[in-house]
Design a protein around this ligand. Structure first.
Ligand code: SAM
Ligand code: CA
Length: 248
């Protein structure tokens, strides 16, 4: 395909800088179309409230975007998931999406080093009537996972585990969560396209944190692709999510 000069200029104009971190789609307009047409009209009112509250927080780029929340909700319902875990909660957008998707007696083990972030969203989660499903534990996730693994009864019991915390530990999380998820269950690794930087040339001018974790994300992607214990599917939703179904 050859582009005219005008088309080339247009292509440059519709880069996705404004909504970077929210979507890897080729234009902001296309992403906005998805949000306006299929996501925002269907977003639960408490998810909307949580999203709007989080937008005012200085670290709001960490929040799960609503189209990804919609994907998680759909997956959980299709799987009839009842028992899930989330590593990396922040103000709780993906946590509330999960809690709303699980049945009344569903359970989510939610791990984060920072309780203050979780407590920002908690009043909204309570108003949504789903806080009884959440068991929040504060601390470094690796230690909490190691504690869980000391009890054989915790092995192979989770239907779904969403990993969305420190990217340099994803491979360490993988070693542990693969034992905690049930055979046939799903692990979702978030941000596996890392702002598109996985294909950036080595000398590309990347933001500091993007540069810092890029290698870890690429290493994870390579590892998951050869791990015969799982089937994988990497989706360009949000910042990229890799779904891993445990098969053995
Ligand atoms: N899933 C969240 C959402 O929907 O908004 C976003 C999570 S945010 C990208 C990453 C979170 O991981 C932060 O809240 C941070 O405190 C937490 N975190 C970072 N390092 C951690 C660690 N070692 N153990 C547990 N949580 C950690
Ligand atoms: Ca994320």
């Amino acid at each position: 395909m050859t582009l005219t000069k005008e088309e080339e200029q247009q292509t440059q104009l519709i880069g996705h800088n404004d909504l970077a971190h929210k979507s890897l789609l080729q234009s902001d307009a296309l992403y906005q179309y998805i949000l306006d047409t299929s996501v925002h009209p269907r977003e639960h009112e408490k998810l909307k409230e949580l999203r709007e509250m989080t937008e005012k927080h200085p670290w709001n780029l960490m929040a799960t975007p609503p189209d990804e929340g919609q994907l998680l909700s759909m997956l959980l319902k299709l799987m009839n998931a009842k028992h899930t875990m989330e590593i990396g909660v922040y103000t709780g957008y993906s946590l509330l999406s999960t809690a709303l998707a699980l049945p009344h007696d569903g359970k989510i083990l939610a791990l984060d080093v920072n309780r203050e972030y979780y407590e920002l969203g908690l009043p909204i989660i309570q108003k949504a009537g789903v806080s009884h499903k959440i068991d929040f534990r504060e601390g470094p996730a690796l230690r909490l996972l190691d504690d869980l693994l000391k009890d054989e009864n915790n092995k192979g019991i989770f239907d779904f585990i969403f990993v969305d915390a420190d990217k340099d530990n994803y491979l360490n999380y993988h070693k542990r969560v693969i034992e905690l998820v049930k055979i046939g269950g799903l692990i979702g690794y978030d941000n596996t396209l890392w702002n598109g930087s996985v294909v950036a040339p080595p000398d590309a001018p990347l933001m500091g944190y993007v540069k810092r974790y890029r290698g870890h994300v690429m290493e994870l992607n390579k590892y998951l692709a050869q791990d015969s214990r799982i089937e994988i599917c990497q989706l360009p939703v949000g910042d990229g999510i890799t779904l891993c179904r445990r098969v053995i």
